[in-house]
Design a protein. Structure first.
Lengths: 145, 216
């Protein structure tokens, strides 16, 4: 029992210093496996999306990098036959994700006045309704056959 | 910050009842109308998907590796325009000009890819009048190409103004509007690439269709 206590209870002297309980170390800084990485990453995402910090070139390069990686994944997915049955939902999902990234961050809608978003989103909803109606007409009336 | 009906947003003074830039609001309204415009054409393309009874079919024509490269170029041009705007707002004119030139070049490369693709299709016998796939494909992609071409002309005009000293950080809104238009053209291509190329590229002969025997 003494060995276990030595190993898993922080006594203030041992070189292992593994804080096991909140009693052993009040507010342990970063007890999870990734240390402070998760908290720092969350803070970074909050910072770049809150509009508090002015976006700089690095921020735009990061967004462009993400867009490039998504495009690579799209092309890779297209080539993998085993994933072909998921091609349509996957491509729709990737397209929507890229669309949101460009509109929100490159077009600055995430940080801009809500009136711009209202105008654009309203028109988009009408556009999606038109798009859906076309597909329904095609499916149930079979035009084009 | 509001002061007696005057709003200052991102360095731009706005003196109206809405508190937002009229120019920018009009641009967003235009882009909204363009969403409906392209939505109709993309919807038509999808509705007529797999309805062509004679070839060539998408599987015979679409070249995904080439289109992936042109898609990547257009995506990077979006990065270029946002950097050009950033540097213009910071009055770093040399960098702003450099990125604007790069965006124009990338736009021209994209159009070059489209010209190559269209001429290749025409060479193998795929034209707008040959079948439903050809009609809807050429209508949609050439309309998008026309948008890109207009965008390039707009950016050349702005670059000319920048060299003449007429485009500065004071009126960066002019480049911002062109940037919004350019990003929009980019997101339309994102949708076209996903739906029109990646999803339909595997479409072969539909039920009742005549197999395609080849081009000229």
């Amino acid at each position: 029992m003494s060995i276990l206590k030595d190993l898993f209870h922080y006594d203030g002297n041992g070189w292992w210093k593994i804080p096991k309980t909140s009693e052993a170390d009040e507010n342990p800084p970063h007890e999870h496996p990734f240390g402070g990485f998760v908290i720092k990453f969350k803070n970074f995402i909050t910072f770049i999306t809150s509009g508090k910090g002015h976006a700089g070139p690095v921020y735009y390069w990061v967004i462009a990098g993400i867009l490039g990686v998504i495009t690579l994944i799209e092309v890779w997915w297209f080539d993998v036959e085993a994933l072909a049955y998921l091609l349509v939902p996957a491509m729709l999902g990737f397209s929507i994700l890229k669309f949101i990234l460009v509109v929100a961050f490159f077009m600055h809608l995430r940080f801009d006045h809500k009136m711009y978003s209202t105008v654009f989103v309203t028109c988009m909803i009408i556009g999606i309704i038109i798009f859906t109606l076309f597909l329904f007409l095609s499916a149930f009336h079979g035009f084009g056959n | 910050m509001a002061n007696q009906g005057i709003t200052v947003h991102h360095g731009e003074e706005i003196n109206n009842s809405t508190g937002v830039s009229n120019k920018k609001l009009l641009m967003w309204a235009f882009l909204g109308s363009d969403v409906m415009f392209f939505g109709t054409f993309i919807g038509t393309f999808m509705a007529y998907r797999n309805k062509s009874l004679v070839g060539p079919y998408p599987a015979d024509t679409l070249d995904i590796p080439i289109t992936s490269v042109s898609t990547f170029v257009l995506l990077m041009s979006s990065l270029g325009i946002v950097l050009a705007l950033h540097y213009l707002k910071e009055s770093k004119m040399a960098l702003a000009k450099l990125w604007l030139i790069l965006v124009i070049v990338m736009g021209l490369i994209f159009i070059g890819f489209q010209v190559y693709e269209f001429s290749h299709f025409a060479h193998i016998g795929m034209t707008p009048q040959v079948n439903l796939f050809g009609s809807t494909f050429f209508t949609l992609t050439s309309l998008h190409g026309a948008h890109v071409s207009l965008g390039i002309l707009w950016l050349i005009f702005l670059l000319y103004n920048e060299y003449n000293g007429n485009l500065t950080s004071e009126n960066a809104i002019d480049l911002e509007l062109a940037g919004l238009y350019w990003h929009f053209v980019d997101i339309v291509w994102i949708i076209i690439f996903g739906l029109l190329y990646l999803i339909t590229a595997g479409d072969g002969v539909p039920p009742g269709g005549v197999p395609w025997t080849g081009g000229h």
